[in-house]
Design a protein around this ligand. Structure first.
Ligand SMILES: [Fe+2]
Ligand SMILES: [Fe+2]
Length: 136
């Protein structure tokens, strides 16, 4: 189950709410992976990726505006990580997905691994730097 844990909270309410929504999208990816009834996952995967692209863009722009508002000195490096994440999502090759059930699950697993690793690492090690908390 993917959701916010105490150590993920930045203490900035608006940011924490958006991070919680990102974890919901990670959980939706896990649910899609676990779904054994749906024979073709392509449409769901396409929708999920487009929601991830839209929502992370929104979140990143709010976060970057927040960093500017507090005159955080390392915005450029932080924003570069956001851009990298966005391009990874855009690179996700939906056209190569066949109608093979196992191959589709591999694609969903690949997305899930990428999301989990990136999101937790980014929140704990990078987002925490603009807060008053110490990064782990
Ligand atoms: Fe960030
Ligand atoms: Fe963030």
């Amino acid at each position: 189950m993917y959701k916010m844990k105490p150590e993920y909270y930045t203490g900035i309410l608006a940011i924490d709410k958006e991070h919680a929504r990102l974890f919901e999208l990670v959980q939706q990816t896990q649910d899609l992976l676990n779904n054994d009834i749906l024979m073709d996952k392509t449409d769901h995967l396409t929708e999920l990726i487009s929601e991830l692209i839209n929502y992370t863009r929104t979140h990143f722009s709010h976060e970057e505006a927040y960093m500017e508002s507090i005159h955080y000195p390392h915005i450029a490096a932080h924003a570069a990580q956001h851009r990298q994440f966005e391009s990874k999502l855009l690179e996700f090759d939906l056209d190569s997905i066949t109608d093979d059930f196992d191959e589709q699950n591999d694609a969903v697993q690949h997305l899930l691994d990428f999301l989990v690793t990136w999101l937790i690492n980014h929140i704990m090690k990078v987002d925490m730097l603009y807060t008053e908390k110490q990064p782990v």
